[in-house]
Design a protein around this ligand. Sequence first.
Ligand SMILES: C[S@@+](CC[C@H](N)C(=O)[O-])C[C@H]1O[C@@H](n2cnc3c(N)ncnc32)[C@H](O)[C@@H]1O
Length: 285
Amino acid sequence: MGPKEHWEMIYSTKAAHAVSWYQEHASLSLNLIRAAGVSANGAIIDVGGGASTLVDDLLNDGFGNVTVLDLSGAALEAARRRLGTRAPRVHWLEANITKVTLAPHAYDVWHDRAVFHFLTTPEDRSAYVRSVLHAVKPGGHVIVATFAEDGPTQCSGLPVMRYSADALHSEFGEPFRLLRHEKEAHHTPNGTVQQFIYCFWRKLRSQLDFKTASKPTEADRSRSGCADLSAVVQEADDHRGEHGDLRKDHLQRGKDAEESNARRTEQGSYVDDTRLLQRRHAFAG
Ligand SMILES: C[S@@+](CC[C@H](N)C(=O)[O-])C[C@H]1O[C@@H](n2cnc3c(N)ncnc32)[C@H](O)[C@@H]1O
């Protein structure tokens, strides 16, 4: 049975409040989303949201631009049924997060509780991080919660990865500044306790940001197989390709940007073009 069939079977045979990951209120998630400081129109995506009650509380909080993405149509249907007349206010996306192409720079906040830890191959984790880089606005916030190092080794009968805050941070890498991490002891409906780790990042937008961000080591990167600046450069390539601006020499354009930033810094009006700088550094080796 593939992952989609697995999750459709789970949500078709179990009540949403009976699954081990059920929370009456996703309070820590909600607090972190509030801490991101987005406006009521801010675009929030709950990746692998399933039938979570987070969407109900986001609507209650006045957020009006919420997307729930999940592999399982049955999970989304359960959430829609619960929301009733409020369901049409939510964007529902039935998709695999390692395969879907989301709109570029569409979201202010990316939230995922208990989905990333199911990605047990470096390829799937790379695809996931590429999606975050692609879909989250520069300066947007990313919240990912997985089982902690002392958490269970399986979830819903599937093997999972377990993370410390450092290990989870190194999966995401340089383009993200880790603002906060927090452990949570989750009490399941059948009375067991599962340790989670939540990481809360800001997706960086400027060269200055990169200079001061905590950097994963080479060992971290080769272990995770993803998430160094080359992913951002690749994303920049894609973006530029869409806009037909690939003809000019990369090094020259990077140099222009660096000189222009230096001038603007002197003039006190620094507005960085990080992508050009990254491309220059990437091509300069
Ligand atoms: C353990 S549940 C967590 C649900 C929800 N985030 C919560 O905290 O209540 C994992 C969810 O991730 C979804 N899922 C698993 N793999 C996925 C993937 N590759 N893409 C999208 N959703 C996925 C499942 O259908 C399920 O709803």
